[in-house]
Design a protein around this ligand. Structure first.
Ligand code: TXA
Ligand code: MG
Length: 350
């Protein structure tokens, strides 16, 4: 029976596991831990050798920066040289929660964690297991300052994990000696945090939305007083913004319903298709090799299940996954982003 976080109350078994995980981090080891977005693959943010283990395990280029996770009591001035009014307002409104802020990096924070960039991604997650881990770790670091660098706990370019079992399936070669996996139940949000670049000064810099997520541009605008800008060519690099990312192994296409129906008509006999649609009442008749699956009608519920569904479908022997294009409204922006990148991996082969 996995140990599940229940609100702020953690069972004695969960606490014991977290104590072991803190020790692993202090020893320079890897710990995968739950957050409300996706599971992270963590290491001490201030030990370059520990950070190298993350890059090696993921197969991620060392120029792609990591997010540093801190507990709610963290002193942000330790991590950044400037907390602009925008940054402070966003942290006050959305932390702990699924928001990453890009800030100027304090000079004593190692280059390795931010892929050589002068900025640092910082996030305070709300998941109780993550918070207990981060607080437990920080209190045992000099001065009570400590952070855990963590990308999503998947191999580079693959689907992010939303369950501890996904992490174990992703890194069997590291278990159990080189990687400890903390249990925290299924991730509530299901897709990675919203990332906002607030590294500039208030007077000459508009915050930039680098990665859409559960916290929408409209919610950010309510706090900032203006919509965040879009990434420019010189904006910092976000590996999750690579065109092909978050991809399952089975070819995937995202199509409006009429085109999805034509794609089914054109699929050769015997080609096993999963069609993920908003309405299963309309089905092409007489196709034994097509399974229609009803998706969630709300973007939050859709996001919660998306990565687990991609993993399930990948294991079910389909030849082709067809996803109906979600509504073109702002609330669905993060889903469009993730589905688009998953499909981009197959554009050449289809
Ligand atoms: O929800 C999340 O953000 C999860 C959980 C574990 O917190 N983490 C996550 O990490 O998605 P990762 O590494 O898979 O994606 C983090 C993204 C990367 O695309 C990286 O390029 C970007 O954040 N990033 C990190 N630091 C940055 C920086 N200093 N400047 C620009 N982008 C940065
Ligand atoms: Mg990732």
């Amino acid at each position: 029976m996995p140990e599940r976080a229940n609100g702020k109350t953690l069972s004695p078994t969960a606490r014991l596991a977290i104590d072991h995980a803190v020790q692993r981090l202090l020893d320079g080891g890897l710990v995968a831990f739950p957050t409300e977005t996706v599971y992270g693959l963590g290491a001490d943010a201030e030990t370059p050798k520990a950070i190298q283990k993350i890059y090696a395990a993921k197969g991620r280029p060392s120029t792609h920066p990591l997010i540093v996770h801190v507990g709610p009591e963290a002193d942000l001035a330790y991590w950044t040289t400037r907390l602009s009014g925008h940054a402070r307002a966003l942290a006050d409104a959305f932390w702990p929660g699924p928001l990453t802020l890009i800030l100027p990096r304090a000079s004593h924070i190692p280059d390795a964690v931010s892929g050589g960039q002068q900025t640092l991604g910082l996030r305070c997650p709300s998941h109780p297991v993550a918070q207990a881990l981060l607080t437990g770790f920080a209190t045992r670091r000099p001065g009570g300052h400590g952070g855990v660098a963590a990308p999503s706990a998947n191999k580079f370019g693959q689907v992010s994990p939303t369950h501890a079992d996904h992490v174990r399936a992703e890194f069997p070669e590291l278990l159990p000696d080189e990687l400890m996996v903390l249990e925290g139940g299924p991730a509530d949000v299901g897709i990675e945090s919203t990332i906002v670049d607030v590294s500039g000064t208030d007077s000459d810099f508009v915050p930039v939305l680098l990665r859409p997520g559960h916290i929408t541009a409209q919610q950010l605008a309510q706090v900032l007083g203006t919509l965040p800008g879009s990434p420019r060519a010189e904006s910092p690099q976000v590996s999750g913004s690579l065109k092909a990312h978050y991809a399952p192994r089975t070819p995937l296409r995202v199509l409006p319903r009429p085109l999805l129906d034509s794609a089914i008509d054109q699929a050769p006999e015997g080609c096993r298709v999963a069609a993920v649609v908003f309405d299963t009442a309309k089905q092409q008749q007489g196709r034994q090799d097509v399974d229609y699956l009803l998706c969630h009608g709300s973007p939050q519920a859709y996001a919660r299940d998306l990565y687990a569904q991609l993993r399930r479908l990948d294991h079910q022997g389909y030849d082709l996954l067809l996803f109906e294009l979600p509504p073109r409204t702002a609330a669905w922006a993060a889903i469009h982003d993730r589905l688009g990148r998953a499909a981009a991996a197959f554009q050449q082969s289809l």
